[in-house]
Design a protein around this ligand. Sequence first.
Ligand code: HEC
Length: 173
Amino acid sequence: MLQRAQIISVLAGFSALSVAIASSLAAPSKVAPAPNGITLPQNYKDWRVIGVSHRKDNNTLRIILGNDAAIKAARAGKTNPWPNGAILGKLVFKDTSHKAWEDATIPGKFVHAEFMIKDSQKFTKTGGWGYARWLGKEQKPYGDDADFVEECHGCHTPVKDNDYVFTHPIILP
Ligand code: HEC
């Protein structure tokens, strides 16, 4: 028969194990940060939709997502400027035809995930937005050094009057 002290130590062992399991589930992502120090936003796969787009020049479908702050601003129509703390995410997939319906274009191979993080104090050189991109399913950080943001910011400059954002949030019923 187990002694009381033994039972307690067995129970303590179980609870230590469950703490270890719980903390490993909540562990931060192992994905390397972008060359400018931005880390992959946590839980971005659970964010809600702001828009979709299709690029005909490189045959890709895009889903534009937002964190809670971005969704709140998008639904309220308060996106010029976007509030500090808003993060816009974009998931890019190669165009693929649906096997059962050829004319339906659906997301195929995952190309990259990229983000714009609004912090008007921190990212003064790039219009108040921090930029970062991770390539492929292996989520390899994009860019040789921190200067990669010039490419992002440069191409987003034509929409300066829309707070450097191309996407106009979808209009929902
Ligand atoms: C060659 C031009 C070009 C470059 C370079 C570029 N973007 Fe964009 N970006 C666009 C266009 C056009 C859109 C809107 C259409 C779409 O959804 O792809 C867009 C959309 C986005 C969006 C969704 C919000 C929005 O503005 O509509 C994010 C996030 C984004 N880009 C991040 C980045 C990051 C990060 C980089 C650099 C690593 C980058 N972009 C580089 C042209 C560019």
